[in-house]
Structure formats: structure tokens, C-alpha cells
Ligand binder design. Structure first.
Ligand code: ADP
Ligand code: MG
Length: 634
């Protein structure tokens, strides 16, 4: 280096997070180190995509006609590997911004995860794109020379030994693009080898759209796999391509490859991953489908190609009809994109339906992680509501375990003669629902009830409303009808009409500020009473959710239904006829009410019922003792 250049060189400190990342990478052991090459080659490929797009829209571009390619070379003696691209390059400001801070969200996520489970950072490295700095897993020094695409740009050299600092200086470099030189650590010299480099490229970067050359030999496929016909592509190639675009190590659950000519031409290669992380689960957008135009990457995270509820779908859409000179901003509002979106959505839904019909096992594997997202569609995609309804799967009272294996179509085909409604109940789990007293009548009558156990179900079902002419009816709500009235209470209560009224009024008086009304139950079999939601009222599940969001939230009053055939109620009625002010009677009504709250999961302070319960045990144990004294008297 000349003196002049030396003087101009500047030393910079890394951002704090960067230093942490470097520490993890520099000290990482040997397993996943080869991915440094994947990361550097993928950066080179990104830079080539960028310049390809820039060339289409800008007039003055340096080396406008140069070949778009990535060259890898190495020197065994000097122990270094060089990765060179003819991509967009970086200006000095871009170098400072891109290679001194962590901008990449994947890298940040890696860091957070590595810190939370500090021991396993090793295994994480392969799963995440840890970016440019992964070079420091194998290098004691990295030098990067870059010249930006602007035709008057200057070239800059960036270098660092992976400590807390890096150095930037001007340098003489004629070509557009970036050249990264990785000075390998002594124990990483294995990477200076044709065969090794080639196999790493084939493993991770085989489907990059630009040639990757080692000594002038192209080692990757360089083809847009999605534009090929299905018959030319082997199943393994689909899987490998998925792994390359998703940086995942597991095979996808399913892929969908097709092309459309009208009303707009496009190719699509879409994947359903085995699972998705929270960043997808809780996202409000679908951004895992990359948009290409005429094989050129326009936007890797377009959010307008699929509706948010299909955000678990990953892949690529490539259209020949999209003009290449559109800006990122205008592409979001583009009418062509809207058309692709509705066509793509339809294809995905049809494919899901096909699997639901033809490959039940696979559909189950899809429903398990993505069912709640598909349910969101019921409320948000009015146009496709009919299709989405057919995809819904529920657990039900006829299921053998908690598998959601019942479709609305199945339910309808099993409906009993005279049954007008589709019955459902919401609850935290199948287990909790099976204890719901409101279910007793339906089980006894063998009437199927759908069990809705997802948080979203309460909201989804209000938008679902009906299926194929049959209304969905919550069995915990008032006014259940369509069941044979004679079935309802087989044993006529021995209580007279007056006694019944007295009993119900007593409950009402006692609980008047807490329930909306008290009535004779038509649905209880084994339980003495239960709470039901007023028509169009808020279900217990919803109320619980509201309380989680707002601690001060007051629920609505519910109706208490009393089973006048139940032995407890009959005994209480007898006590009532003898003594209206009996304290045991009052305590019993309180206890029954709170038991019902408990079953619904609405009892705020379950410990409160304990002291009353202990009083009951005192009475019951004295009664038990009385039996002994009666016996001994005999
Ligand atoms: P990511 O690629 O996920 O953004 P990296 O750490 O791999 O994260 O790279 C950081 C940034 O550095 C890139 O976003 C890009 O702007 C820039 N960069 C890295 N390598 C190159 C390259 N070969 N050519 C142009 N820019 C590059
Ligand atoms: Mg990168």
C-alpha cells in the first residue's frame, strides 16, 4: 500500500451487537463453518440481482455490458479464498452502513436465540443467515474491495480481523462489483480445494440464477427452476430449491408448481413448510413469496401476492407481464399484482381442497400448524369464504381423541332427522368441554357437537354463521331448539308447579345482581345447574380473552339454568318449603352458582369457595356419624 493511501485510511468501531455476533462466530467450532461460502455467494447473487434491475431503469451504469457472474478462486499457499462478483458494489457510505451494523433481521434473530440458549449457538448457525460476518468462522482476516455501479464511483477497501474494529481506505480497482478475500485460519485450510468448494456450492447455492465459476468452470445449475416444465424437475430438485430459498434444513410438506397464461402470464413455485416461526405466525402480512419479472428478482418480500392468512406459503412468482422498470413503491399498488394475487390465492385454496379430499394424512399435517391461519380467512376473505369453509376441521363429540378430523360436510351428512342446526361449543380444550354440563343433553341424545378449542374460534364462528343452509348454534347459549321436546326431560320432576316456581325464585333472589335470569333447564342431565350465554351474547371463551386484554373488563350476566330433576335441587326444594331462611340453603345456592362459574373457567378466585365447601363437609360428616349412632341404637 502506498503512503498516500495509508494516510486516508480510517479505523471504525463495530456496533455493540456486531461485536457480540463476531464473538460467537469467531469462537464457533467446526460443524457448520462451511456456510460462510453460502453467505458470501448469496450476497454476491443479491448484488447481481440489484444491478440487473438498476441497469433496466438507470441510464448511466458502470460496466453496463459486463457478464453477471460470481467467480471463486483460491491460493493454497497464501491460504485465502476470493469471491468476486460483478454486482452493484458499494460506495463508502454503503460500506459503513452495511458492514458495521446489523441490519439483517435474520442475524438479529440468530443473536437473540443464541443468547437465550447460549450453549447451542453452534447448531443455529446453519439455520440462520448470519450473513457476511460468518466469514470470521474460518478467517483471521477478511478484505473486501468494492466499486459501486455509479459511473463516477471510486473503489474502497474494507478490512477487519474480526476484533472490535474495521478499516476503510480508498483503493484502485477498475471493475464494478465486489471482491471478498477470506484469509483462512490455519485449521480452515481444507477449504482451499476445488472439490470442497464445488460441493458446498452445489449443496447450498445450486439454483442461483447467475453462474458460479471455479477456474472458469460453472458449478451450479443457473436455471430458473420455476420456468421449467414439471416433468423435467426431479422431486429432490424441488426440495433442494426449497432449502436454498428458505435456508431451512427440513423438507417442505408440499409444493405447488404451475403456470398461468390468462388473464395474466405468470409462473409460480410455492411451498408449504413443515412449520413456521412466531415471526410468521404473528405477522399481519404475507411476505414469503418473492416477485420476479422475466426471471429478474424485483422484490424478495412482496406483501401483496397472497392474503395475510396464507402467510405460511413460501416461494416464487415470476411474471412476464410485469414491466421491469416499475419502482418498488408502485409495484405494491399495481393492478397486475392484484390479479396475480386473486389467481394465486385461488390456486392455493384449490390445492388445499385437493389434499383435503385426496390425501387426508398430508392435509392433517398442514391443518395442524396452519389451521388457525386458514380460519382467519373466514373473517377476512369474503370472496373465498365458501372454499375456506370446506377446509375447516374440528374436533367433535364423536371424535375418538382430540384430533380435529370433522369437516362441516361430515357433520351435515350425520345430522339427525329434524335437526335444524349445527351445534357447537367453545372451550379451552376437549377435556374442559367434556366437563361442560351444557353438553350432557346432546351426549345423551347422541347429537353431534363440534368442539371449538382455538382462541380464534369464537370470532371465526360469528363470521361463519351458517354452512350450506344450516345455522351454527352455540349449545351454551339460550334458546336451543330443534330438539324433540319430549326427549328433553324423560323423568317428570316430582316437584309441583308451585314448588318449582318457589325454587327458581329463591335462586333468582339470591343471585339477582349476578345473573340475568334463572330458568328451568331443558338440557341438563347429570348436573344440577349451568350458566348459559344470552342470545348473541359474549361466550365464556371470549369473556376470558377480553379479561386477559383488559383487567377491568366486566363480563355480561348469564342465565342460570337449574335442573329441577336433580336430587340436590329436590332436597333443596324440600328445605325451602320448610324454612325460607335456612342458611344451608343459601350457601348451597351460592356454591352451585360458583361451581357453574368454575366449569366455565370464569371464577376469578377459586380459593374463595373452599371455606364454604369445608362447612358442607362438616354437615356431611356429622350426618355420616349420625348413621353410626342410629346403627348402634338398633
Ligand atoms: P444480508 O445479506 O442478509 O443483508 P449480510 O451480512 O450478508 O446481510 O450483508 C449485509 C449487507 O452488505 C447486504 O445487505 C449488502 O447491502 C451488503 N453486501 C454484502 N456483500 C455484498 C456484495 N458482494 N455486493 C454488494 N453489497 C454487499
Ligand atoms: Mg447476506
Amino acid at each position: 500500500m502506498s503512503k498516500k493511501i495509508k494516510q486516508k485510511s480510517e479505523i471504525h468501531e463495530y456496533q455493540a451487537e456486531m461485536q457480540k455476533l463476531l464473538e460467537i462466530l469467531v469462537h464457533s467450532l467446526y460443524t457448520e463453518r462451511e456456510i460462510f461460502l453460502r453467505e458470501l455467494v448469496s450476497n454476491a447473487s443479491d448484488a447481481l440481482s440489484k444491478v440487473q434491475l438498476i441497469t433496466l431503469t438507470e441510464k448511466k451504469v458502470l460496466d453496463k455490458d459486463t457478464d453477471l457472474q460470481i467467480k471463486i478462486s483460491y491460493d493454497e499457499e497464501k491460504r485465502h479464498i476470493v469471491i468476486e462478483d460483478s454486482g452493484c458494489g458499494m460506495s463508502k457510505d454503503e460500506l459503513l452502513e452495511n458492514l458495521g451494523t446489523i441490519a439483517n433481521s435474520g442475524t438479529l434473530k440468530f443473536l437473540q436465540q443464541a443468547q437465550s440458549e447460549n450453549k447451542s449457538a453452534e447448531n443455529l448457525i446453519g439455520q440462520f443467515g448470519v450473513g457476511f460476518y460468518s466469514a470470521f468462522m474460518v478467517a483471521d482476516r477478511v478484505e473486501l474491495i468494492s466499486r459501486s455501479w455509479h459511473d463516477d464511483s471510486k473503489a474502497w477497501q474494507w478490512s477487519s480481523d474480526g476484533g472490535g474494529q474495521y478499516e476503510i481506505s480508498p483503493v484502485d480497482y477498475k471493475k464494478r462489483g465486489t471482491r471478498v478475500t477470506v484469509f483462512l485460519k490455519e485449521d480452515a485450510k481444507e477449504f482451499c480445494n476445488d472439490f470442497r468448494i464445488e460441493s458446498i456450492i452445489k449443496k447450498y447455492s445450486n439454483y442461483l440464477p447467475y453462474p458460479v465459476k471455479i477456474k472458469d468452470k460453472i458449478v451450479n445449475q443457473v436455471k430458473a427452476i420455476w420456468t421449467q416444465s414439471k416433468s423435467e424437475i426431479k422431486p429432490d430438485e424441488y426440495k433442494e430449491f426449497y432449502k436454498q430459498i428458505s435456508q431451512s434444513q427440513t423438507d417442505p410438506l408440499h409444493h405447488l408448481h404451475f403456470n398461468i397464461d390468462a388473464p395474466i402470464q405468470y409462473y409460480a413455485l410455492l411451498y408449504l413448510p413443515e412449520s413456521v416461526g412466531n415471526e410468521v405466525l404473528y405477522s399481519r402480512e404475507s411476505k414469503n413469496v418473492a416477485l420476479y419479472a422475466q426471471k429478474i428478482l424485483i422484490q424478495s418480500d412482496n406483501t401483496n401476492l397472497l392474503p395475510p392468512y396464507l402467510r405460511f406459503v413460501q416461494g416464487i412468482v415470476d411474471s412476464e407481464d410485469i414491466p421491469l422498470n416499475v419502482s418498488r413503491e408502485s409495484i405494491q399498488k399495481n393492478a397486475l399484482i392484484e390479479k396475480i394475487k386473486s389467481s394465486l390465492t385461488l390456486r392455493v385454496l384449490k390445492e388445499l381442497q385437493f389434499l383435503a379430499d385426496q390425501n387426508v394424512d398430508k392435509f392433517r399435517k398442514i391443518w395442524e400448524p396452519y389451521g388457525t391461519m386458514i380460519k382467519e380467512g373466514i373473517s377476512s376473505d369474503f370472496k373465498n369464504k365458501g372454499r375456506l369453509m370446506e377446509l375447516l376441521r374440528f374436533n367433535s363429540s364423536v371424535s375418538e381423541d382430540s384430533t380435529p378430523d370433522v369437516s362441516l360436510k361430515d357433520y351435515k351428512s350425520r345430522m339427525r332427522e329434524g335437526q335444524n342446526d349445527i351445534f357447537y361449543v367453545t372451550g379451552g380444550s376437549r377435556e374442559a368441554i367434556l366437563h361442560n354440563p351444557n353438553l350432557e343433553y346432546f351426549r345423551k341424545q347422541n347429537l353431534e357437537v363440534l368442539f371449538m378449542t382455538d382462541q380464534i374460534d369464537d370470532f371465526m364462528v360469528t363470521d361463519l354463521r351458517e354452512y350450506d343452509g344450516k345455522k351454527l348454534k352455540n349449545i351454551s347459549q339460550e334458546d336451543i331448539e330443534g330438539i324433540n321436546e319430549n326427549d328433553i326431560s324423560n323423568a317428570e320432576s316430582p316437584l309441583t308447579k308451585e314448588e318449582k316456581n318457589d325454587m327458581l325464585s329463591f335462586f333468582e333472589n339470591q343471585l339477582k345482581d349476578r345473573v340475568s335470569s334463572v330458568s328451568d333447564s331443558k338440557r341438563l342431565v347429570d348436573s344440577p345447574c349451568s350458566l348459559v350465554t344470552p342470545k348473541d351474547g359474549m361466550t365464556a371463551q371470549m369473556e376470558k380473552m377480553m379479561k386477559v386484554m383488559d383487567q377491568k373488563f366486566k363480563g355480561e350476566k348469564r342465565n342460570l339454568e337449574v335442573n329441577l330433576n336433580h336430587p340436590i335441587i329436590q332436597n333443596l326444594s324440600e328445605i325451602l318449603q320448610k324454612d325460607k331462611n335456612n342458611s344451608f340453603l343459601k350457601d348451597s345456592v351460592e356454591q352451585l352458582y360458583e361451581n357453574s362459574l368454575l366449569v366455565e373457567g370464569l371464577l376469578d378466585n377459586p380459593v374463595r369457595i373452599l371455606s364454604r365447601f369445608q362447612n358442607f363437609m362438616v354437615s356431611a360428616s356429622s350426618y355420616e356419624l349420625e348413621k353410626f349412632s342410629k346403627n348402634s341404637k338398633k
